[in-house]
Design a protein around this ligand. Structure first.
Ligand code: ADP
Ligand code: MG
Length: 252
């Protein structure tokens, strides 16, 4: 299990994370939601070890990230899959080569084993037959699927996604969300997804953490969100008048 305890992080005099505690649930989709600028990306990067926290600790199972040896951190890195904002695909490489890249970098697999693994994950994200195409030739939704396939190629224990829906139309966004949810359950990963999309929260939020101004202000399941009386959650969820009217009608 990934646990964060009392995480603080500031840049200059901008205090971004102000003491956050979360236990991320293994085998589930854990969503971090909050407005743009609330500190989600900084939080995710801190959990990944890309930023050092000023205070607090990040626990991967029994181990504390800040106390791991370099060698151990390298091994941990291989257990982490990441889907970053914008996809971060290599434009000059084919779809198959993008997905194969972590296997070439980190695995001891034979070429044949790599071929099989690439083919397996491509099937799994429904990209069969697109291996020879280049990122510029495929749709935004397909690019996200390549990015997800690359992230799971090493069969990671932990999957991190930063705004995986950004730039997608709502229907494609739901397909991507559902794919992340399916893979999480199928491969029993601990998945952490940053989003500001309420649809994602309701659709796939096994465990939802609300962030505001560097604090965790609420956590619960997607089913609990709509009934929450937490003022910050209400403000976020029911910011549209229409949503408020629907809820008022439901409560009658
Ligand atoms: N590398 C950085 N250096 C300085 N300030 C940063 C850095 N990264 C993020 N910030 C600041 O941290 C705050 C939270 O940003 P971010 O985590 O990107 O929010 P979110 O992902 O919720 O939109 C913002 O005020 C941003 O300007
Ligand atoms: Mg962000």
């Amino acid at each position: 299990m990934i646990q964060v305890k009392g995480i603080h992080k500031q840049f200059g005099d901008n205090q971004v994370l102000k003491g956050i505690d979360v236990d991320f649930i293994p085998g589930k989709t854990n969503l971090i939601i909050g407005r743009s600028g609330s500190g989600k990306t900084v939080f995710l990067k801190t959990i990944l070890g890309l930023y050092d926290p000023d205070q607090g600790s990040i626990h991967y199972g029994d181990e504390i990230l800040g106390q791991m040896t370099k060698e151990r951190r390298k091994l941990l890195r291989q257990e982490l899959g990441m889907v970053f904002q914008g996809g971060a695909l290599f434009d000059s490489m084919s779809v198959a080569a993008n997905i194969r890249f972590p296997l070439d970098m980190f695995s001891n697999m034979t070429e044949h084993q790599k071929d099989e693994r690439v083919s397996f994950v491509m099937d799994r994200v429904r990209l069969q037959g697109s291996g020879d195409m280049f990122p510029a030739e495929i749709s935004g939704g397909m690019q996200k699927r390549v990015s997800i396939a690359r992230a799971i190629s090493m069969n990671p224990k932990y999957l991190f996604c930063d705004e995986p829906n950004s730039g997608l139309d709502p229907e494609t966004a739901i397909v991507i969300d559902q794919l992340i949810q399916e893979l999480t359950h199928e491969f029993n990963m601990t998945t952490i997804v940053n989003t500001h999309d309420m649809n994602s929260v309701l659709e796939i939020g096994d465990h939802v953490v609300f962030m505001k101004d560097g604090y965790k202000v609420w956590e619960g399941t997607n089913n609990e969100v709509l009934g929450s009386t937490n003022a910050d959650v209400e403000e976020y969820v029911f910011k549209s008048k229409l949503f408020k009217q629907v809820r008022a009608a439901l409560r009658k």
